[in-house]
Design a protein around this ligand. Structure first.
Ligand code: 5AD
Ligand code: FES
Length: 363
């Protein structure tokens, strides 16, 4: 073993010993690893930590893509307002309640309701009604419905939602400004994350990696940002250019993007220890076993799509979205086999709350 490897072993040991032991330079070093042996050591250390906190289990949450109407115009996203090349749909409350029951029957015990961003009383009341109707199912309900007022967040929390995902997309405000139109405000996003915390959600955030102009140092700072806001859950994925968007012509090197996504998962696990980390579906868009690779790099949550297949083509945030034709039952069987193959069992019937949140709540 060469000196470089010894330095790496020391760094990984230091990271495993306590949370937030890696400074920005150390995170940059780890995110920059390329050597296969060193990468194997990085992923093994991260997975060891995942096992320390979550065992050899993975929590599943069914994801319901409740609608693709969106007021935002993010320059990377396939359902951006200006994309006329897709049919817009909105599920009814009955649809969502039916899918929530399906989620419960599948044994996932948690679900995510995600949609394009819509603000206003009608939408707030609609989601509130849905939440009250699914409350008796006793699922861990996560919302991913974008930027809202604190009042709306509070109403949804009171109606039964317990987790909220709002990716910061990048912690670098200049980069944020380059990948969004001028009226999209990084500061509002940060304020929303603070409001979610005040409303006592388990707060999830995350970034895309491999954005045009993004550096490894940006990513190292992103992980610092997660620590700073004391995030409970992290959802990160590689940026995948969507042809019908302004960033659609960015070069696509699936291998590199996948590798970067995996390194981000591993270094995030090593820095934050007890948070929930999702192996994003975007990983699966880059390799059939992308999510399993994510789990092997330290993720402990997978979010299978349970939306009716007829809507899935209309909800493509990025190119190469997987599972367009596989219904919820097929995906469940598929995931079970895939996770079993890497020695993990599915935590059926468990809500899989963020340990980090529970520990903070006890303090
Ligand atoms: N590639 C990867 N992820 C994307 N998202 C949106 N567009 C893309 C893309 N082209 C992610 C964003 C958003 C989440 C719901 O989907 O990070 O927060
Ligand atoms: Fe959908 Fe494998 S998870 S087919």
């Amino acid at each position: 073993m060469g000196g470089g490897s010894r330095a790496l072993t020391d760094l990984l040991d230091q990271a495993k010993a306590r949370p937030q032991a890696l400074d920005e330079d150390a995170r940059t070093t780890l995110l920059s690893l390329e050597d296969p042996d060193e990468l194997a050591a990085l992923f093994a250390a991260a997975r060891e930590l995942k096992e320390r906190y979550c065992g050899r289990t993975v929590a599943l949450r069914g994801i319901i893509e409740a609608g693709n109407v969106c007021v935002k115009d993010c320059r990377y996203c396939g359902i951006r307002r200006s994309n006329a090349n897709l049919e817009r749909y909105t599920l009814t409350a009955d649809d969502i309640v039916r899918l929530a029951r399906l989620d419960a029957r599948l044994g996932y015990a948690s679900l995510v309701i995600q949609s394009g961003e819509i603000e206003g009383e009608t939408h707030t009341a609609f989601i509130e009604d849905v939440l009250r109707r699914i409350a008796p199912l006793d699922l861990g309900v996560t919302l991913s419905l974008g930027e809202q007022t604190e009042e709306t967040y509070r109403r949804w929390r009171q109606a039964g939602a317990v987790r909220y995902l709002l990716r910061i997309e990048t912690s670098n405000p200049d980069l944020y400004a380059r990948i969004h139109p001028a009226d999209h405000d990084w500061n509002r996003r940060v304020a929303c994350l603070a409001a979610l915390r005040r409303c006592d959600y388990q707060v999830g955030t995350g970034v895309m990696c491999g954005l045009p102009g993004q550096t490894i140092r940006d990513l190292a700072r992103d992980i610092g940002f997660f620590a700073e806001i004391d995030a409970d859950m992290i959802g990160m994925g590689p940026f995948i250019p969507h042809p019908d968007t302004p960033l659609g012509d960015e070069p696509m090197d699936a291998k590199r993007r996948l590798s970067l996504g995996l390194r981000m998962i591993a270094v995030t696990r090593l820095h934050l220890h007890d948070v929930n980390i999702a192996a994003a579906t975007a990983l699966q868009a880059l390799a059939p076993d992308g999510r399993e690779q994510g789990v092997r790099a330290g993720a402990n949550v997978v979010m299978p799509n349970i939306t009716d297949t007829k809507f899935r083509r209309s909800y493509q945030l990025y190119a190469h979205k997987p599972c367009l034709d596989e219904n919820a039952a097929l995906c469940r069987g598929c995931l079970e086999r895939r996770l079993q193959a890497i020695g993990e069992t599915i935590a059926y019937g468990q809500r899989g709350d963020s340990l980090h949140y529970r520990t903070r709540a006890k303090k």
